[in-house]
Design a protein around this ligand. Structure first.
Ligand SMILES: [Ca+2]
Ligand SMILES: [Ca+2]
Length: 396
């Protein structure tokens, strides 16, 4: 393309000169401004407009090779995903040149995992490119080479008619640097850029390959795809799950998250009132005498240091500082109605280190599974009595 461009510009100049031949008042300036229109788009902020543009790639200074639309989408997606993180790596050596039609060339160093526009002063991280590029697949289309796809490591393959149109659907859970779920010709990212040997982030650690700890199941009675993965965190092992449906040719994720906020804190009576949207349930958590005394002392010390407006902000922060983590998930018919419920055991904790209350409570959430939603029907704490105990016993 490097060689073609000068010809394109030359043609444009020639074209302008011919058109202007009749207009004897034409100046060099007019010609220059015509050429300026051909300026290539550059800059990270303009990259998302590159969608549906043709992409050609030169690898190790070889000739430019066209890419399939899917290949171009995946490369663009990776560039955009990383485009806010400036890289500290150098901008001299590169292995790839990406050329989106109409755009300035983009150089990629696969080893250092960074990219930059030609003539730009800044480079950006391109985490995951080494693993993804390792998997490129070239095919020959009408005697031309085309970068077509990336090699998939298939974790689960299911063939079933999950949208009831009478045609079998091809369902794949696969890994190719991302963990992805595809149904027929559409796909979603379940977990981006997870790397070969790790999955997750923050204080979650995973001991296995994604291929060993991620699973996909088809719950036929509900036409739901259940994705799960097992990992470990600083608090111990956990299971994370997600639900997907395939409707009208698109993959939709069913929301089942429950969040928790503190409604009121009554230190005199030792009661913290919790609210669980979107279930709209409230729950009163009783503090021990020792917790009450400690919280009162902590709060008294803080009150001395804060004026009224600081106090208001602080109180608001404390109320939103609850973290609900899910550690284990099982399916059980816990109410004996002959349908399975999803039962999740987790922890409710204060994540705001300077909050004057401490919450660290095991919790069980019960979800009813419906074809179009996964709805939280019950919430239990460990000290809720025999009914809660038998739920916690599932996880022992
Ligand atoms: Ca089907
Ligand atoms: Ca049941």
């Amino acid at each position: 393309m490097k060689r073609i461009l000068p010809f394109a510009i030359l043609f444009l100049i020639v074209g302008c000169q011919n058109a202007n031949a009749i207009d004897h008042n034409a100046t060099d300036k007019d010609i220059t401004s015509e050429v300026t229109v051909q300026h290539l788009i550059t800059g990270i902020d303009n990259l998302n407009e590159a969608q549906e543009r043709l992409l050609e790639i030169s690898y190790l200074d070889g000739a430019y090779v066209q890419t399939s639309a899917y290949f171009a989408d995946r490369i663009l997606e990776m560039l955009l995903r990383n485009s806010t993180r400036e890289s500290i790596e150098k901008m001299d050596e590169y292995q790839l040149i990406l050329h989106f039609d109409g755009y300035e060339e983009i150089y990629v160093n696969i080893e250092n995992q960074n990219f930059w526009f030609k003539n730009a002063a800044v480079s950006y991280d391109l985490e995951g490119i080494a693993e993804l590029w390792d998997r490129y697949i070239i095919k020959i289309d009408q005697n031309e080479f085309v970068y077509d796809d990336f090699e998939k490591t298939v974790l689960t393959e299911i063939n079933a008619d999950i949208d009831h149109d009478g045609i079998q659907d091809d369902i794949l859970l696969y890994y190719d640097n991302d963990l992805r779920l595809s149904v027929n010709n559409t796909e979603v990212v379940i977990n981006a850029n997870i790397g070969k040997f790790s999955l997750g982030s923050g204080n979650e650690y995973y001991s296995g390959l994604p291929t060993e700890i991620a699973h996909l199941e088809y719950i036929e009675s509900l036409d739901i795809l259940l994705y799960s993965y097992d990992g470990a965190s600083v608090h111990g092992p956990f299971t994370n799950i997600a639900f997907y449906k395939y409707v009208n040719g698109t993959i939709q994720q069913l929301k089942y998250d429950v969040t928790c906020d503190i409604e009121t804190i009554d230190l005199d009576n030792g009661i913290i009132e919790l609210h669980f949207p979107p279930t709209n349930r409230t729950y009163q958590l009783r503090m021990s005498e020792r917790e009450i005394q400690e919280s009162k002392a902590f709060k008294a010390a803080l009150d001395l240091d804060m004026d009224a407006s600081m106090k208001a902000v602080y109180e608001e922060d404390v109320k939103h500082s609850i973290l609900l983590s899910r550690e284990h998930a099982i399916f059980e018919d816990y109410d004996g109605d002959h349908t399975l419920e999803l039962i999740i055991m987790g922890k409710l904790q204060t994540k705001f280190a300077s909050a004057y209350i401490r919450i660290d409570e095991p919790i069980v959430l019960v979800y009813e599974l419906y074809p179009d939603e996964v709805m939280c029907s019950d919430i239990f704490f460990e000290h809720d009595g025999p009914e809660a105990q038998f739920l916690f016993d599932y996880f022992r």
